[in-house]
Design a protein around this ligand. Structure first.
Ligand code: GAR
Length: 201
């Protein structure tokens, strides 16, 4: 049986697309069981629909508070029985209820080499700092902001004439390949977490 992924998105969904394309091959060992978004009208949702993958939208504004939204998001994901939840450009922080349910099997892809440049502007912050190398990080989500145990990283050179867009676009190329490669291996081979050290046998 292939492993089941639920992918969470907030925007363009190019990272999601890479997973959808990879998972279309049975040898990948995982399927995208559902795609969840925090709002309607984003490009990630039609990508899922074109691939025949069920979608759901869980809007913060439709809930009385953040805790209720967090519970609802966890319940929506749980309906699809994921082995792994993948945040692929999901721009909201999951809360305690979500982490209670999915802690240890919830990964996020971030466009910087953590622990440098956490938050929502990884490429912009790396440029502003004058970093010569940035990249992307896949990590297990914990209750901090981009602080969880690191699963994989890829380095990307910062070029002298880069702006936020060109740097982020190059990082996203590395990010798509990292995510497809590493999530596939995690699902086919399993992974171990020992404190902050994550290993895939
Ligand atoms: C990706 O670069 C992802 O790392 C970033 O959003 C982009 C989504 O692109 N996420 C964050 O910055 C989270 N802090 P996409 O919508 O084209 O997949």
């Amino acid at each position: 049986m292939p492993a089941r992924l639920v992918v969470l998105v907030s925007g363009t969904g190019s990272t999601l697309q890479a997973l959808l394309d990879a998972a279309a091959d049975p040898s990948y060992g995982a399927i995208v069981a559902a795609v969840g978004a925090d709002r309607e009208g984003i490009d990630g949702l039609p990508r899922a629909e074109r691939a025949g993958v069920p979608t759901f939208v869980c809007r913060l504004g439709d809930h009385v508070d953040r805790a209720a939204w967090d519970l609802a998001l966890a319940a929506e994901c749980a309906r699809f029985r994921p082995d792994l939840v993948v945040s692929a450009g999901f721009m909201k922080l999951a809360g305690p209820a979500f982490l209670h349910r999915f802690g240890g099997r919830f990964v996020n892809s971030h466009p910087a080499l953590l622990p440098s440049f956490p938050g929502v502007h990884g490429p912009r912050d790396a440029l502003a700092h004058g970093a010569k190398v940035s990249g992307c990080t896949l990590f297990l989500v914990d209750d901090g902001v981009d602080t969880g145990p690191i699963v994989a990283q890829r380095a990307v050179d910062v070029l002298d004439d880069d702006d936020e867009r060109t740097l982020h676009d190059r990082i996203k190329v590395a990010e798509r390949s990292m995510l497809v490669d590493v999530v596939g291996r995690m699902m086919r081979e399993g992974y171990r977490v020992n404190g902050r050290r994550v290993t895939i046998p």
